[in-house]
Design a protein around this ligand. Structure first.
Ligand code: ADP
Ligand code: ADP
Length: 234
């Protein structure tokens, strides 16, 4: 039951070849880890799913990326694809939490605003639901109007995950989501990532093989521009 289909994907920056023929299908409601040495193209691979690379001058992509949307396969790079809608369906969370310099509530409401959700009760209900799903509600419910920048690193990362969840994406991409966090905060993020599989398909770049063995369903190693299915030692 796959939901993402990548076929013979090639990618380069100004002629520097980073992906050289990636073919892989990702199953719905699974967590796949992408591992490999630095600078091999793991982050780049994630951005081929939501077209985030397209602002980079000199970057070029060939091949096919398809998403199953409402039971139909859709070419992510078709001219008919609505990029804003694509980025709502394929959310992304980065290594360094990046809350906006505004209140916790406004951070959460921001994607809703962009998506045109205006009704106040609906916004409040969705904010609470997403914060609950990210295991953050109890810690912030009494300070929703304080700055998000006052939160700890781990709380900021959970906030960024909650913000990515609020538009109910089908795919969530994580680029080393625990690298900037201490062990305890990282553990909470790991539990959260596993719980996301209920509603999402999760891809995660990680440097930590012990983390991969704890939470991933499968591991792909990016080597020589290709993704190779690799063992998870448990
Ligand atoms: P990884 O995530 O595996 O560390 P990246 O996808 O970040 O690898 O980078 C892959 C290669 O592409 C590296 O050689 C990097 O220097 C290069 N690269 C990444 N982003 C850009 C960019 N915006 N412009 C030019 N080259 C880039
Ligand atoms: P148009 O036909 O209006 O130019 P497209 O969506 O076909 O729009 O193309 C937009 C860009 O995306 C082009 O640079 C094209 O090369 C690229 N592109 C389109 N489809 C694919 C695909 N399946 N794989 C890789 N690149 C694609």
């Amino acid at each position: 039951n796959s939901i993402i289909k990548i076929t013979d994907l090639h990618f380069s920056y100004n002629g520097l070849k980073v992906l050289k023929g990636v073919t892989h299908s990702f199953e719905k409601n699974t967590l796949t880890a992408i591992t490999g040495p630095s600078g091999k193209g793991k982050s780049t691979f994630l951005t081929t799913l939501n077209r985030l690379w397209e602002d980079v001058p000199g970057a070029a992509l060939q091949g096919c990326v398809e998403l199953k949307i409402a039971e139909k396969w859709r070419d992510v790079y078709a001219s008919s694809m609505d990029i804003a809608a694509l980025r709502r369906m394929v959310g992304m969370v980065f290594q360094i939490p990046n809350p906006l310099p505004m209140s916790i509530f406004r951070n959460m409401a921001f994607p809703l605003k962009l998506a045109g959700v205006k009704e106040k009760d609906q916004v409040q209900a969705k904010v609470q639901e997403a914060l609950e799903r990210a295991f953050l509600w109890d810690e912030v419910k009494d300070r929703l109007h304080s700055s998000a920048l006052e939160l700890s690193g781990g709380q900021q990362q959970r906030l960024c995950i909650a913000r990515a969840l609020i538009l109910e994406p089908m795919v969530l991409l994580f680029d080393e989501p625990t690298s900037s966090l201490d062990y305890q905060a990282a553990g909470m993020i790991e539990d959260l990532l596993v719980s996301l599989k209920e509603s999402c398909t999760v891809l995660m770049v990680s440097h930590y093989l012990d983390q991969v063995s704890r939470i991933a369903d499968s591991r792909l190693e990016l080597a020589d521009g290709k993704l190779l299915l690799s063992n998870i030692s448990r």
